[in-house]
Design a protein around this ligand. Structure first.
Ligand code: ADP
Ligand code: ADP
Length: 228
């Protein structure tokens, strides 16, 4: 599903974020990416959806060699990857329905498809009654549910999340994590960078730890392993 071979990333300002990372993530896995601030977690994740390009090495996502990808194929690749951010990144002037429909409108999906698919994903995240609300009318946890619905709209094979519970209180974080568990149970691969020690230690999923741009630990039923 996702493979990296000897991936290096140096930013234009000279910071080296990844140093020779190789990893394989299979279909259906749920993977936590942990490590200290500045270790390279976000970079690792951004490379997977081609927000950043590697300086060296190769990356395959769902069969696409993502650096060799032609520009015109990028939208097709991105549709197979849902991305969820810490700060939700919802469009403030659009309703919840419109925020979720956006990715379908961009690809000019038929209106009929939009009318059936959007309510489907809103139902999955438990927000059927909020379709007409604006993001500012929702709580943080609800806004994160909207961004998860948006990530799911094209039924991606993988969801990549960068600290999705970073702005949420502990109880809401657990609710969001239950939702990710449910999505994973339905077959979607999940790769999530997180600082949430409690959640990682309770879930006993695969844990990849990154320090100074290298994978220092990769365990099938791992633990968080840092004080916080
Ligand atoms: P983490 O997500 O683990 O906090 P990052 O991947 O954000 O780590 O950062 C890894 C290293 O790369 C850090 O030294 C950071 O300052 C640097 N870095 C990240 N993004 C950029 C960027 N856009 N330009 C320059 N340096 C960056
Ligand atoms: P995170 O650890 O969640 O990635 P940061 O605050 O480290 O959050 O980074 C926020 C944004 O700034 C990211 O898009 C990252 O790529 C970028 N960034 C991080 N470090 C640097 C840096 N040294 N120079 C430029 N951009 C950076």
């Amino acid at each position: 599903m996702i493979e990296m071979h000897d991936v290096w990333k140096q930013y234009p300002n000279g910071s080296v974020a990844l140093q020779g990372v190789s990893v394989r993530i299979d279909k259906g896995e749920f993977v936590y990416v942990v490590g200290p601030s500045g270790a390279g977690k976000s970079t690792f994740i951004k490379l997977m959806y081609r927000e950043e390009r590697p300086t060296n090495g190769s990356i395959y996502v769902n069969g696409f060699n993502i650096e060799r990808l032609k520009e015109r194929k990028i939208p097709l690749m991105r549709r197979q990857i849902g991305v969820v951010f810490q700060d939700f990144k919802l469009l403030p002037n659009l309703t919840i329905f419109e925020n979720v429909a956006f990715a379908l409108e961009v690809i000019e999906a038929p209106k009929r498809k939009i009318k059936t698919r959007v309510p489907e994903v809103l139902e999955l995240v438990g927000l059927s009654d909020k379709a007409d609300a604006l993001p500012s009318q929702l709580s943080g946890g609800q806004q994160q549910r909207v961004s998860i619905a948006r990530a799911l709209i094209n039924s991606p094979a993988v969801i990549i999340a960068d600290e999705p519970t970073g702005n949420l209180d502990p109880e809401t974080s657990w609710e969001i994590m239950d939702l990710f568990e449910e999505i994973n149970r339905r077959g979607t691969t999940i790769v999530m960078a997180t600082h949430n020690k409690e959640i990682v230690n309770t879930m006993k999923r695969r844990v990849i730890a990154i320090e100074e741009g290298q994978i220092v630990r990769d365990e099938k039923r791992g633990v968080y392993g840092y004080e916080n």
